[in-house]
Design a protein around this ligand. Sequence first.
Ligand SMILES: *[C@@H]1O[C@H](CO)[C@@H](O)[C@H](O)[C@H]1NC(C)=O
Ligand SMILES: *[C@@H]1O[C@H](CO)[C@@H](O)[C@H](O)[C@H]1NC(C)=O
Ligand SMILES: *[C@@H]1O[C@H](CO)[C@@H](O)[C@H](O)[C@H]1NC(C)=O
Ligand SMILES: *[C@@H]1O[C@H](CO)[C@@H](O)[C@H](O)[C@H]1NC(C)=O
Length: 390
Amino acid sequence: MASYSSSRLFAAFLVLLWSCRLYANGCYPSLFSFGDSIADTGNLKQLAATSNDGTFFPCVPPYGKDFIGHSTGRCSNGRLIVDFLAESLGLPLLPPYFHGQGTGGVVEPRKGVNYAVCSATALDASISEAGSSDRPVLNASLGVQLSWFKESLLSICGNTSDCRNFIGRSLILVGEIGGADYSHILQAGKLIDDLEPYVTLVIDVIASTINELIEMGARTLVVPGNFPIGCFPSYLATTGPDNQEYDPITGCLTKFNEFAEYHNKMLQTKLIQIRELNPDVVIMYADYYNSLMQIYRSPHEYGFTNNGTLKACCGCGGPFNYNMTIGRCGDACTILCDEPDTYISWDGMHLTERAYKLVFKSLFQGPYTTPEFYSMCPTSTSQAKLSSSL
Ligand SMILES: *[C@@H]1O[C@H](CO)[C@@H](O)[C@H](O)[C@H]1NC(C)=O
Ligand SMILES: *[C@@H]1O[C@H](CO)[C@@H](O)[C@H](O)[C@H]1NC(C)=O
Ligand SMILES: *[C@@H]1O[C@H](CO)[C@@H](O)[C@H](O)[C@H]1NC(C)=O
Ligand SMILES: *[C@@H]1O[C@H](CO)[C@@H](O)[C@H](O)[C@H]1NC(C)=O
């Protein structure tokens, strides 16, 4: 009797071991990403290096100063949300699509590829007013990124029916996208009050991209909303007297945050419609806005000091360490903070690695995705805790 139950115990132990091994392989064998500079791990850097059309790459050192290998093309001092996500799934850091171009392809494309490009818009160049006259419009909109994905697909996963299953097992991150559309339109001289008509256009592009991915076999997607841009030094430093209305708790610009919330509300409404039409597909909304807003509401609890709350770590001076008249982070005028970990904003428009890591945790191991990511992928939680270093 005793030996019977102990062998049962042993069998149970084996099952446990086996399931741990399964867990170690992660819930998703691959990760694909689309978006702008929030997720670009090196595409624009590569595009600028290989094209002769004046494509400009802004994220030069000290960008990447806290990343192994340094200047990777990430627009932060270190890793991005998508990097922490890949690590937590037991996947390699996501290779940029253009690293593989002309060199025989990305090394392990079956584990995922990143199509996000710094400064990319949701809207195609022809319909966005993105073209500020001094610079060519970047041809890397969400639709173009999707066409790169389609072009590269057969080399990643073989034939059409294999690819369908492969995409179905993959996790697909669609965004953040739209932030660059709005910032380009503002830079072209429009006011925050003029932006509303563009929101529907942007959301329609995001929705049609999701629908196309679903048609190709996608079953698990994460769709982020916009950040609270009213807290970003780039807007705090440049907004005109008409819009200088501040939230008393955070010091953020009220109208800019209301606009981001409006975009997010429209996006979520659209996602609800897509879910209803595709009940077998999981579409998670990633609430970048509130995930970051909780930090702005009590920055000290998270170790961000007075200077690091609304001021950029890297910039060219002024009350928010952001002054494009003089120059940007990376130019000769650069004033770099001593402790990036005590700053939320790295350069006025992008977060520091530490802020990205906190946002990642609250999204993918906390309550800020709907439905909650960790309820579908408990693995990522335990793995990320193991590899947690900050
Ligand atoms: C943009 O890129 C896409 C995909 O590579 C291409 O089909 C299109 O012709 C390009 N558009 C422009 C204006 O260069
Ligand atoms: C796709 O490739 C797999 C092997 O990788 C093969 O078993 C299958 O028959 C192929 N399907 C088609 C439609 O060619
Ligand atoms: C905060 O910024 C002020 C000037 O902007 C500087 O004098 C002070 O040393 C900074 N404090 C910290 C803790 O970095
Ligand atoms: C930026 O620098 C210019 C030139 O020194 C100055 O006139 C302007 O007031 C500065 N703006 C901010 C927001 O600091």
